[in-house]
Design a protein around this ligand. Structure first.
Ligand code: G3P
Length: 223
């Protein structure tokens, strides 16, 4: 499974890439505007912390076909490899997904709220499909829709990867990992919630205290 970070914070990308196995980073216009930086600064920051093999996904902002295509080409020109454009699955966006794939661009279909939208984007050749799991919960069973999507893609032999997005808690990620999802994009705070069980810190504190009491030091071997 690919673990992707949904963030514009390059510091957290660096920290989590050192600690965990991170496939790449997704951003969207909201994430970028909230960062207080320009899109160019965010792209530069990300390119300075990502390895050549870590993927970067940035989203088109224009909503008409020609504008989406211009944004897509610009985004994909930011680096020679490992670069993907995110295109929302509006009517114009679906058309642009087909055209972008015909040009050989890496494409993630985004702003997906149903398994059907995702499936049709996969038929247009999208490499990744990003259903907004938490937002989908407002309309029904978000996790269940994504599980349906996994079955629909497998039943029809479509190679698109599902990169579930819009997570608000670790439980949602857990359910989809258990269902065999290909990828998730997760905000750093939810990744930390997955990794920071309080019991682990308590256990390590007990080990350290016992060792210090017995041997008067904090390392396995005496210096
Ligand atoms: O990457 C976009 C997606 O994760 C949206 O997340 O938190 O705005 O629902 P959110």
């Amino acid at each position: 499974m690919e673990l992707i970070l949904d963030t514009a914070d390059a510091g957290q990308v660096r920290e989590l890439s050192d600690m965990l196995t991170i496939t790449g980073v997704t951003t969207n216009p909201t994430i970028i505007t909230r960062s207080g930086k320009t899109p160019e600064q965010v792209a530069d920051d990300m390119l300075s912390v990502l390895s050549d093999d870590q993927l970067l996904f940035m989203q088109t902002v224009a909503t008409d076909f020609d504008g989406i295509m211009a944004d897509a080409r610009r985004i994909c020109s930011l680096r020679p490899k490992s670069m993907y454009v995110k295109i929302p699955v509006t009517h114009e966006g679906l058309r642009a997904i087909k055209a972008a794939k015909a040009e050989g661009l890496g494409v993630l279909a985004t702003a997906i709220y149903s398994a059907d939208e995702a499936f049709l984007a996969a038929m247009n050749g999208a490499d990744y499909l990003a259903p907004y799991v938490n937002r989908m919960e407002n309309y029904g069973d978000g996790v269940g829709q994504v599980e349906d999507l996994l079955e629909m893609l497998a039943a029809n032999g479509l190679p698109a990867k599902v990169v579930a997005a819009s997570f608000k808690n670790a439980g949602q990620v857990h359910e989809l990992v258990r269902a065999g999802i290909q990828a998730v994009t997760v905000p750093p705070e939810v990744v930390y919630a997955m990794v920071d069980h309080p019991g682990t810190g308590i256990a390590v504190g007990e080990f350290s205290a016992a060792w210090r009491a017995a041997y008067g030091r904090d390392t396995f071997a005496a210096e």
